[in-house]
Design a protein around this ligand. Structure first.
Ligand SMILES: *[C@@H]1O[C@H](CO)[C@@H](O)[C@H](O)[C@H]1NC(C)=O
Ligand SMILES: *[C@@H]1O[C@H](CO)[C@@H](O)[C@H](O)[C@H]1NC(C)=O
Length: 380
């Protein structure tokens, strides 16, 4: 029994050891976050953040995060980490966000930037790789954005994903995988998943690729080795055409050859024949899932009513690690947070009733705002 437990523990440790954590931020060291996060000076009117766990929380210290403090402001704050590429690896981006004010209109999303971003100049037009998270405005906009930047264009997710609109802390996770699948989780539950190719508007990209892509000169291809050959590989899932002749056309490749560790040499012809059969598909998985120089995470958004708290940022290549981190942070404090809110709501009702009674007795009207707490439970 003990042995089994030890080996299970060893496996867990091994898994954790294998996870690469590119960025993790919980704001547990007081004001030191100011050494890690850079406020943009592009506009002196940009709003300021402070560290706070808010009016109600699950744990006063652990729930401290970046809170927006000024109404009707743009915000632009970012933090840098060692540059990496997600090529051939999973990419998980995760954080918590809490709109404890009544969020009427404002962003609750994060942006992930290339490492060459000038943090002091960060503004609305700064090019990003990924924008992810909730956006709320009035009754019309209550969505989770997943905007990806490929081939000099932003691509918005076509499938609508509804965000949480209550005042509690929620955990948002986005996973992009090298096989071109993706997953969006809210509070640890899978909300949307599928194929990056199909769930983003990438048809125009394909056309662009097609017109710019000429059949190669076979003599040159031989010499140019693997130069760009991956780019010419297409739909890995295509089935073998009925008229495929192995003698003439070469072996049918079910999978991208690099998955089998094969070299480019000698297969270029098959690849190009394959491409001829399916002219609609020209993109490789790397074209649609790879960001070369990921290096900065930022909050660049607009809020009408401030008070939103961002916390527990994580960028990793390990989905399991992200799940554990989510459970250890949001998972631990979500329950107590709801309890504290319920206690406060009860107290406010009690106070309001006392004030009403006082009013009846003395005839003096009181100004009170005991409705503040009720909206938290309900959707806006
Ligand atoms: C702010 O950003 C804009 C757009 O990038 C740029 O034109 C402008 O010079 C910047 N202003 C300052 C003060 O950095
Ligand atoms: C898809 O992309 C094309 C070309 O860029 C554009 O004209 C079209 O409006 C886009 N469709 C959606 C739903 O975004």
């Amino acid at each position: 029994m003990a042995r089994a437990r030890v080996s299970l523990w060893a496996i867990c440790m091994l898994r954790l050891a294998l996870a690469t954590v590119y960025f993790q931020e919980e704001f547990l060291d007081g004001e030191h976050w100011r050494n890690r996060w850079v406020q943009s000076t592009n506009d002196s009117q940009f709003g300021h953040f402070r560290i706070s766990s808010g009016k109600f929380y699950g744990h006063k210290e652990k729930d401290k995060g970046l809170q927006t403090t000024q109404n009707s402001r743009f915000y632009a704050l970012s933090a840098r980490f060692p540059t990496f590429s997600n090529k051939g690896r999973n990419l998980v981006i995760q954080y918590t966000v809490k709109h404890e004010q009544k969020m009427d209109c404002g962003g609750g999303y994060i942006k992930v930037f290339p490492s060459d971003l000038d943090q002091r100049a960060l503004n609305r037009n700064s090019q990003y790789y990924i924008m992810f998270g909730p956006d709320i405005c009035g009754f019309d906009v209550k969505k989770v954005h997943v905007i990806l930047y490929f081939k000099n264009q932003y691509h918005e997710n076509k499938k609508p994903i509804r965000c949480k609109v209550d005042a509690f802390t929620h955990l948002y996770s986005l996973t992009l995988r090298p096989d071109l699948s993706y997953e969006v989780k809210i509070d640890g539950q899978s909300i949307e998943s599928g194929s990056i190719e199909y769930d983003w508007n990438l048809t125009s990209l394909k056309k662009m690729e097609k017109t710019s892509s000429e059949p190669p000169d076979w003599g040159q291809v031989e010499g140019s080795e693997a130069q760009g050959w991956e780019k010419h590989f297409l739909d890995a899932g295509a089935s073998k055409p009925s008229d495929w002749n192995s003698e003439l056309d070469g072996d049918w490749l079910q999978k991208p050859p690099y998955e089998d560790g094969l070299k480019a040499k000698g297969i270029d012809r098959d690849v190009w024949l394959h491409q001829k059969m399916k002219p609609a598909s020209y993109l490789t998985q790397y074209d649609l899932s790879e960001f070369e120089n990921i290096g900065v995470i930022g909050l660049e958004l607009w809020q009408v009513r401030s008070g939103t708290i961002f916390d527990n940022f994580l960028i990793t290549d390990d989905e399991e690690y992200a799940d554990r981190f989510g459970k250890a942070t949001w998972g631990e404090t979500k329950g107590p947070e709801k309890e504290m809110d319920a206690v406060q709501a009860k107290e406010e009702v009690k106070k309001a009733r006392e004030e009403d009674e006082e009013e009846l007795r003395t005839g003096k009207p009181h100004r009170h705002n005991h409705f503040n707490n009720f909206h938290r439970q309900r959707e806006l």
